[in-house]
Design a protein around this ligand. Structure first.
Ligand code: GLY
Length: 412
């Protein structure tokens, strides 16, 4: 994510994160705080992934000015898509294993009950807007690959090179260091998957990091970015941004965009463009979206599950935690597997109640999961973690030395 720890700490943090033994289920059961205005009973609210924070003021102003809820939500997620320094979405996204940026996005418009999505799109930066164009200008819901790109060009979107020099160098660092390690082979959910031997040997880490430092220097990666680039290689991210927006009339929409899993196989499509997984919005109930390990979210149809849970009476927080429990169930609660994945759900009900829940409490004690919110006050709130402790990103590696975690933020 392109959101720094320093920004996070500088922002008002409200949350009910409880600390305890790693891997135990959180006992947090508080219902999400309603955001309704006591005088009118209604007010606009936007919720999104933390990396949307800087775009919330403008989007909230749009809602206040009567803009459509989907346009306001798209304003938020278009921001990081346009930002070459944000390597989780759009321009400058970390590429696939062949060095090609492939983007996914979807949107749902509550008032008209329509949806649009694109997957595996190359050379087009604002795929969230292409998803909207699919919704508005075709009789389809989803376009993928070359067809989606050609459609975007026909709609007037410019073709451009999405691989920034910075993301290219991170990819080269990954390729040169990778040797025989890659994404081929059985996935973590395969019966014969085995956790690699963990070597809690700081000397081994020192050797690995030293080798990466040498390769990074050879690639002319600027010294100040080397630690961040190495972190991306050791812990390939699934950067994504989701946003849901509700206006004073009670109209609600949602959208999600991503460059997907770093160094993925070409053609891999994650959860973000899948209606019902990366995003789901129902004007009668609410909206939900996801960031995290897409493969696991697809299998529980996370966003749809959450909205249906709310339809049956669960609070936003209960609904989100239930979806997370389904992921835990898919791995029989095996924390040796679960710690190599993560998931954060952003949930907004049509009455303004909301919640942010995550499989783990954060990527590290100093990098907790959370959600950016604007309901008149712009802020970050921590997520409620289902499992206590922090995930370790895929692919599995030995325990992360604390000195490396200090450098895990990107582009401070
Ligand atoms: N959640 C983003 C992805 O897995 O592609």
């Amino acid at each position: 994510m392109g959101y720094s720890r320093r920004d996070f700490l500088a922002t008002a943090v409200v949350g009910s994160l409880s600390l305890g033994l790693e891997g135990q289920e959180s006992k947090a059961t508080e219902p999400a705080r309603a955001a309704t205005d006591p005088t009118t009973g209604k007010r606009p609210i936007i919720v999104c992934a933390k990396n949307g924070l800087n775009y919330l003021d403008e989007a909230f102003g749009m809602l206040r000015g009567g803009a459509d809820t989907l346009d306001a939500a798209l304003r938020v997620i278009r921001g990081p898509e346009d930002d070459p320094n944000n390597d989780s979405v759009g321009l400058g996204g970390i590429p696939n294993e062949e060095g090609v940026v492939e983007l996914d996005a979807c949107c749902m418009h509550g008032p008209t009950r329509r949806a649009g999505a694109v997957g595996g799109v190359r050379n087009i930066k604002n795929v969230s807007l292409v998803a909207k164009a699919v919704m508005e200008h075709t009789g389809h819901v989803m376009l993928v690959g070359e067809g989606a790109e050609r459609f975007a060009v026909a709609q007037g979107f410019p073709r451009e090179n999405l691989l920034t020099e910075h993301s290219r160098k991170i990819w080269m660092l990954w390729k040169e260091w990778q040797s025989s390690r890659d994404w081929w082979g059985p996935g973590i959910d395969a019966p014969n998957w085995k956790a690699p031997e963990t070597v809690p040997d700081s000397e081994l880490w020192q050797q690995r990091i030293q080798k990466l430092e040498e390769i990074a220097a050879g690639l002319a990666i600027e010294p100040e970015f080397r630690s961040a680039a190495i972190h991306r290689v050791l812990f390939p991210p699934t950067g994504t941004i989701h946003c849901s927006a509700l206006n004073e009339k009670g109209e609600i929409s949602g959208c999600t965009t991503t460059s997907g899993l770093a160094f993925k196989l070409p053609g891999r499509v994650g959860d973000s463009p899948i209606i019902g997984a990366g995003c789901y919005t129902d004007q009668d109930v609410g909206s939900a979206g996801a960031t995290g390990t897409g493969e696991q979210n697809i299998k529980v149809a996370g966003a749809h599950t959450i909205v249906e849970n709310m339809r049956r009476g669960m609070s936003p927080q209960e609904a989100g935690l239930d979806a997370l429990k389904r992921i835990v169930r898919n791995f029989n609660g095996d924390h040796n597997k679960l710690r190599f994945m993560d998931m954060t759900y952003y949930v907004l009900r049509t009455d303004g109640a909301y919640a942010c829940v995550s499989l783990w409490e954060g990527y590290s004690p100093t990098d907790p999961h959370g959600m950016a919110i604007h309901d008149g006050t712009r802020r970050i709130e921590k997520s409620v973690g289902l499992l206590k402790g922090n995930s370790q990103e895929f692919p599995p590696v030995p325990k992360i030395p604390p000195e490396l975690l200090k450098n895990s933020d990107y582009y401070k």
